[in-house]
Design a protein around this ligand. Structure first.
Ligand code: 5MM
Length: 325
């Protein structure tokens, strides 16, 4: 078993999943403001400290994805976040993309940037204790969207990112997110998700990415948030698993879903329903952001007195998702 394969398998096995705490400074700041917390560097640090010091986190969380700012910050005990996670038996990951930017000539579509200097940044993150990385591409559904050029540009960047990470010793989490925004149907989401994943695996193959040393982080197949469609949990599970069966080679060790704006409870129910379908060649787990930490942030609201209750809220989501596996 290669070192990359070992890390990838650790991330997705033993009923554990990945916690996405890698909101960029802008996103994290607006989430803090929404719950009445001043968006300072220190408050972002304290909030991330609340997350990683949640009791028994390591029982259901295999890895935590950090943002660059957090990666270099320290906990109150003086440890860096990667050092502390390592002591808990949780792998430290790092978001290495620099965000989705408007794609030239494609109105309302974006391409994720961050390839410049990535080889050097990967080496520095490995020295700092990272074992895996994350890059998120964003695909929108709408009139004439996604365009072929937006899909091609994004899967190309994902594949080059994955190759650079593997060369430097990091397992790449490959995240092509088809957004829930819009009024499209479940069937249209399935069609776009299938086509994006197909293009992605063609590009990963072209770039000679070692498939047993990645973790795929896709969206679940759900209807657009303004569609009015209310599919059953089984419908979503079936459509998602069908899209994966059609596109994801069995050599990929695991698939860790993003939650994408679903409620925490529904995301967990969908994950549980998928495990009950056909025998699957890959581990299916979670790499949720909002669906794991949303209730904790709402509970904390920057008040020291809510610290334990907020950690309890996170713990409940983490345990529920592990149980869904
Ligand atoms: C935690 O949020 C991640 C980073 O977001 P920004 O860089 O845009 O601030 C995000 O990529 C996240 O890891 C995934 O989308 C999964 O999060 P959700 O909330 O969709 O499960």
């Amino acid at each position: 078993m290669s070192a990359l394969n070992k890390i990838a398998r650790t991330l997705v096995s033993n009923r554990r999943g990945i916690l996405a705490a890698d909101e960029s400074i802008g996103t994290m700041s607006s989430r803090l403001e929404k719950v009445g917390v001043e968006p300072t560097e220190e408050n972002r640090r304290v909030y991330r400290e609340l997350i990683v010091t949640t009791p028994q986190l390591a029982e259901s969380v295999s890895g935590v994805i950090l943002a660059d700012e957090t990666f270099h910050q320290k906990l109150a005990n003086g440890r860096t976040f990667p050092e502390y996670l390592d002591e808990l038996g949780i792998l430290a990951g790092i978001k290495v993309d620099t965000g989705a930017k408007p794609l030239a000539g494609a109105p309302d579509e974006k391409v994720t940037e961050g390839l410049d200097g990535l080889r050097e940044r990967v080496a520095a993150y490995v020295r700092g204790g990272a074992t895996f990385a994350k890059w998120r591409a964003v695909i929108t559904i709408g009139d004439n969207r996604p365009s072929a050029r937006a899909v091609r540009a994004n899967v190309h960047a994902l594949a080059r990112y994955a190759g650079l990470c593997q060369e430097g010793g990091l397992v790449p989490i490959v995240e092509p997110e088809v957004l829930m925004d819009g009024s499209h149907s479940l069937a249209r989401c399935q069609e776009v998700t299938t086509s994006v994943l197909e293009s992605l695996f063609e590009e990963l193959d072209l770039m000679q990415v070692q498939l047993d040393g990645i973790v795929l982080k896709p969206n679940m197949v759900v209807p657009g948030s303004d569609s009015g469609e209310r599919p059953t949990v089984t419908d979503v599970a079936r459509a998602t698993v069908d899209a994966l069966h059609a596109t994801v080679p069995p050599s990929v060790p695991g698939i860790a879903f993003l939650s994408g704006g679903q409620s925490p409870e529904l995301a967990t129910q969908h994950l549980a329903a998928m495990q009950k379908l056909d025998p699957l060649p890959w581990e299916l787990t979670y790499s949720f952001g909002r669906a794991l930490v949303g209730p904790a942030l709402e509970t904390w609201r920057g008040d020291e007195g809510n610290w334990a209750a907020a950690q309890q809220a996170l713990s409940e989501r983490a345990v529920a998702n592990a149980a869904a596996r």
